[in-house]
Design a protein around this ligand. Structure first.
Ligand code: ADP
Ligand code: MG
Length: 346
């Protein structure tokens, strides 16, 4: 058996399963899934590149966990239930220990949400992991970015900025004492948030029919909220000049003191007065949703029953742009509060 097939059999076929949904998993040219009647297929893809999406020192277990988690986070934001995922893996070399750990990371997260591996591709080259995940939603019930309405409450799940603090710690050199004020426990908490983000897939079905819009926070709150606001729009306006309907962008007002922060990030903000981590640090994988005020308490209670904290941090406004307030006073956002962007203008 060639090394490639041996590798697939040893480390990946074990993560497959066949049942009423997955009629055919790993082994043929393609997988066969049965989409439940009156459901739509939701498909998401995310790539992780070594040195870009995770520090090169990250363990194989954590790389696998994160590669799957970021995709499941996208499924969650769509209100989908998990169905299956495929894995395109580019590896520099055949390293048995690395593959065993990688396979364990995939196994542990996929078992939590009962989502099987259904196929993939294996190639040699610089370490890159692309996962494509599939899920279902009942027809026309997917949660979109584009449904936000003026006066909706803007809410986020759990806490913000933990992953970004973890990244700061992971990249800190030994000489750096900038984070001396954090306890070992607080450091561990933040590193764990970076390496083992928990996708909010357990609450995806609760969002349907309740929230008006949702996005997962992967590039930082301000960046992702901007995507959501840009996708949503006020009632379309017909412009006689361009002879078509165009959208007028919505805006938001965020109260910084309402941002849900872990004790680690709170201590960081207190010491540095730098709001960068919760506002524009990436790697949170929490959900940002907008909900009409009269449904907020219902949603909060539903999520609380599933162990997820929901906090209202602001509201959608008619005036475009995001305005941050600190105890009601305007807080000036300088250019550094932008989210992560892969391509910079040349
Ligand atoms: P093909 O020649 O059709 O591209 P491959 O030889 O690449 O097929 O793969 C054989 C089988 O193993 C296919 O079912 C494919 O989906 C699966 N597979 C290949 N690589 C992986 C992987 N990294 N993870 C999961 N399944 C994989
Ligand atoms: Mg192939």
């Amino acid at each position: 058996m060639s090394l490639e097939f041996d590798l697939i059999k040893r480390y990946f076929s074990v993560l497959s399963k066949e049942d009423a949904t997955v009629e055919l998993g790993i082994g043929d040219d393609g997988a066969l899934l049965n989409v439940p009647i009156e459901h739509q297929l939701v498909v998401v893809t995310d790539t992780l590149v070594a040195g870009v999406h995770f520090p090169v020192t990250t363990s194989a277990y954590d790389i696998a966990w994160k590669a799957l988690a970021v995709n499941l986070s996208d499924l969650a934001a769509m209100g989908a239930e998990p169905a299956g995922y495929s894995l395109a893996l580019t590896l520099p070399e055949y390293d048995e220990q690395w593959l065993q750990e990688f396979s364990s990371g995939l196994r542990d997260l996929s078992q939590r949400f009962n989502i099987p591996l259904i196929g993939g591709d294996t190639t040699q080259g610089p370490l890159t992991i692309t996962i494509t995940a599939q899920g279902w939603v009942p027809c026309q019930q997917a949660v979109l970015r584009s449904g936000a309405k003026v006066n909706d409450l803007i809410c986020v799940t759990n806490t913000l900025g933990d992953g970004a603090l973890g990244l700061k710690l992971a990249l800190a050199t030994e000489k750096e004492h900038a984070l001396f004020f954090l306890s070992e426990q607080e450091k561990c908490y933040a590193l764990n948030a970076l390496n083992r983000p928990m996708p909010q897939l357990a609450i995806s079905t609760v969002l349907r029919g309740v929230v008006n819009s949702a996005i997962d926070v992967s590039d930082g709150l301000l960046a992702d909220l901007t995507h959501l606001l840009n996708a949503s729009c006020k009632a379309p306006i017909y412009s006689s000049q361009v002879k078509k309907e165009h959208c007028s962008e919505l805006g938001a007002e965020i109260e910084l003191t309402q941002l849900p922060l872990s004790s680690s990030v709170m201590r960081y903000v207190e010491h540095t007065q730098d709001w960068h981590l919760p506002l524009s640090g990436g790697d949170d994988y929490q959900l940002c949703v907008t909900v009409s005020p009269n449904k907020f308490m219902f949603l909060k209670e539903q999520l609380s029953a599933k162990g997820v904290l929901l906090t209202a941090i602001g509201r959608v406004t008619e005036q475009a742009g995001i305005q941050c307030l600190q105890q009601g006073q305007v807080f000036n956002l300088s250019g550094k509060y932008q989210g992560y962007c892969h391509f910079k203008p040349s």
